[in-house]
Ligand binder design. Structure first.
Ligand code: ZN
Length: 357
């Protein structure tokens, strides 16, 4: 089982920035490698059980998710200093309050719109580590370890370098990372090739849906950008990705928006294109939302999600989304035009499905 260990900023992009001489990108790559090595060491030495900040499945309780915001104080430590817990008054640090607020907005949205009790549907607590590392230009979710049966359940956010990237504590980044946990708990989509691109895609779906909901936007008025509040003055683009127009968010943006331009990549390049080919399903979600509204589209995607298996391809996933659309329309849980809207979107991006469209 491949764990989601890549960050919000894909490794291949950090490598590209490092090659261009960006010191912070180099440093971040090194820090991310250290985390991986630390985990490997723990596996070897077996110290994992005594490590703080992890929950074991056996001890999970079905309850109300609590939020815990920790300050790493620019070290690489998790759960270093609790700065705001659930129900506590605002902290002196504005970033801590934003993290608390955005985690809350995500939990409320998934509860009300997706009928999901936190990320695992069992009230999983939320642990954020902010101000992680120095000049750390990334955010990531450290999830489950299937082999060890351990749930790390930590989310990590850097402050950026102030040039290419600002703080990663923004609404869509927070929701994107939290959605990786939803995927992990619902279908374990393998983090490589097409299944990995679907994994990335779903996080962008949830990130966009929550951002639009909080900002009071519609599918028509939203900008559909991902990471637009995280990119800094020297980034040279408007965001990290665009669901409306994949491939146009910045000069290095190489996302296709049609199956004809699907990129066959090796594992060494973005784990087979997980942040690249996700442009194709992203565009399909955008197009569907134009017809039935973003909240309805997010509800449809999320309802289909547990039916995917860990190696699902684009075709298999959209077959399932189509049949789910039919069921939910029959049950009057979605607008009557939903099936047609998804069909049209699939045709527009050139994904082939088994059922005739
Ligand atoms: Zn991601």
């Amino acid at each position: 089982m491949t764990q989601h260990r890549d960050g919000f900023i894909p490794e291949y992009l950090l490598e590209q920035l490092a090659k261009e001489g960006q010191e912070e990108a180099k440093k971040t790559l090194k820090q991310m490698k250290n985390i991986k090595e630390k985990q490997q060491d723990e596996k070897k030495t077996g110290v994992r059980a005594s490590q703080p900040g992890r929950i074991n499945h056996a001890n999970e309780v079905t309850g109300q998710a609590a939020r815990y915001i920790y300050d790493s104080e620019h070290t690489d430590e998790f759960k270093r200093k609790l700065v705001r817990g659930e129900g506590a008054p605002p902290a002196p640090d504005d970033t801590a309050n934003k993290a608390y607020e955005y985690a809350g907005a995500t939990l409320t949205y998934i509860k009300e719109k997706l009928k999901l009790n936190s990320l695992d549907n069992r009230g999983l607590d939320i642990n954020f580590n902010i101000h992680y590392g120095t000049d750390f230009v990334n955010a990531f979710w450290l999830g489950k370890d299937e082999e060890q049966g351990v749930v790390y359940n930590q989310m990590v956010f850097g402050d950026g370098d102030g040039r290419n990237f600002l703080s990663f504590v923004t609404l869509d980044v927070v929701a994107h990372e939290m959605a990786h946990a939803i995927t992990e708990f619902s279908n374990h989509l393998e983090y490589e090739f097409q299944s990995g691109a679907l994994n990335e895609h779903f996080s962008d779906v949830i990130g966009s849906a929550i951002k639009q909901h909080i900002k009071g936007q519609t599918a028509q008025t939203a900008d559909w950008l991902i990471g637009d509040e995280t990119v800094g003055p020297e980034w040279g683009g408007v965001a990290l990705r665009s669901m409306k127009a994949p491939g146009t968010a910045h000069p290095r943006d190489n996302q296709p928006d049609h199956w004809d331009n699907f990129r066959e990549l090796s594992l060494s390049m973005d784990r087979g294109g997980v942040h690249i080919n996700s442009g194709i399903p992203n565009k399909a979600f955008y197009l569907t939302s134009q017809e039935i509204g973003t909240d309805n589209a997010a509800f449809l995607w999320h309802s289909a999600w547990p039916k995917l298996d860990e190696n699902s391809t684009f075709s298999q996933a959209f077959d399932i989304i189509l049949s789910t659309a039919q069921q939910l329309t029959n049950n009057r849980q979605l607008p009557a035009n939903t099936f047609e809207a998804v069909k049209k979107a699939i045709q527009a991006v050139g994904i082939k499905v088994l059922q005739p469209v």
